[in-house]
Design a binder for this molecule. Sequence first.
Ligand SMILES: *Cc1c(COP(=O)(O)O)cnc(C)c1O
Length: 451
Amino acid sequence: METKVILTEKEMPTSWYNIQADLPEPLPPLRHPGTKEPTRLPPPLFPEALNEQEFSKERYIDIPEELQEIYKLWRPTPLIRAYRLEKALDTPARIYYKYEGVSPAGSHKPNTAVAQAYYVKKEGFKRVATETGAGQWGSALSMGCMFFGLELKVYMVKVSYYQKPYRRIMMETWGATVVPSPSEDTEVGRNILKKDPDCPGSLGIAISEACEDAFAHDDTKYSLGSVLNHVLLHQTIVGQEAKKQLEKIDAYPDIIVGCIGGGSNFAGVFLPFVKDKIEGKKPDLQIICTEPEACPSITKGPYTWDYGDVAGLAPIALMYTLGHTFVPPPVHAGGLRYHGMAPIICHLHKLRLVEARAEYQIPVFQAAVTFTRTEGILPAPEPAHAIKVVIDEALKCKEAGEKKTILLALSGHGHFDLAAYDSYLSGKLEDYEYPEEKVKEALTHLPKVQI
Ligand SMILES: *Cc1c(COP(=O)(O)O)cnc(C)c1O
């Protein structure tokens, strides 16, 4: 029995899969943050090709050849059978994981980063501006821009800039310019610093700075690493590969599990499979999205219209949200601290095609350590949420004597998150209760949208 299913470069998918071609009901349109009327993405911010992909109904969109060549540096990624984890759990379930930690940045994020950089370059722009929290997105995009000779300016949340220097150094090594946000380089930043020189920054402030930068420079585009339809689209190369790999060994998942921050890595894995569920080929396929108990957008948030960003500059989307002004507790899974969720995932949840679960961080790290001590890979805290659910499901299979096939979306490794592991191993990690009062307060600031 093989442990790893490998695809050759020739077998790598040559198009992205667009779920919008197969949705049983179309996605509700985005709305303009000012007028509240249906809108496209703010055109000066994004390359036109991405604006088209955002609303396209074409089922398959070709991956440009130049881009395929770059993907081949780390793709196709392996699909691995977790024999050692299965054995430790003594489960009859078969567990497979699709591992994106083999990319140079250590996660799935380069799949869209290089694609976005490609279109910026192709449309004749010279520079990109973006925000980053702990640095996962900033590092993926730094690499993307490096491949296409683009300048990149990264506004990095100030606390992370000083507390987590390694990703910053990685970004700078790839050639990006990184500044702590709030910065003196934008109007938004200067105004905040005037009032509060010690402001620790937030993702919301950093987004506003990056957008202002892109609006202010004709040669510059803005780039976002999750949530938007075109980002999820680029990630579908992952799920298409996984499907081919499972076909090779005559397997098909009964359960697919992944973590959702903005939703891109997991959507990338499950969208090619949800197609089969919609078409009735695999009606009982279970798709489980996992999120932190401290930031439970789908499991606790209402399905309503809200701004995509804290500043209220981004389009308004119909989604599960905790309110755009909500600031979640500082859980270590930095990538899962977004107030809302990708509209595509919310829509599929509303249609009952996917389900969601929330997990506390201590049991999540416990699951991560079990995984490290069986499979050898030290996972990022984000996909560790999914590992917790995979272990729960595998143990259920043991009790029921069921031989289910489980597919785990393992979005990245945790080599830059060792402080979090240290905190868990030394017994200092805390669980955060769902901050109900703070969410209630944030939900009073939802935009008023009349339909
Ligand atoms: C950023 C990140 C996430 C969360 O973002 P999604 O868009 O939900 O995928 C998950 N895992 C890793 C490793 C990340 O870097």
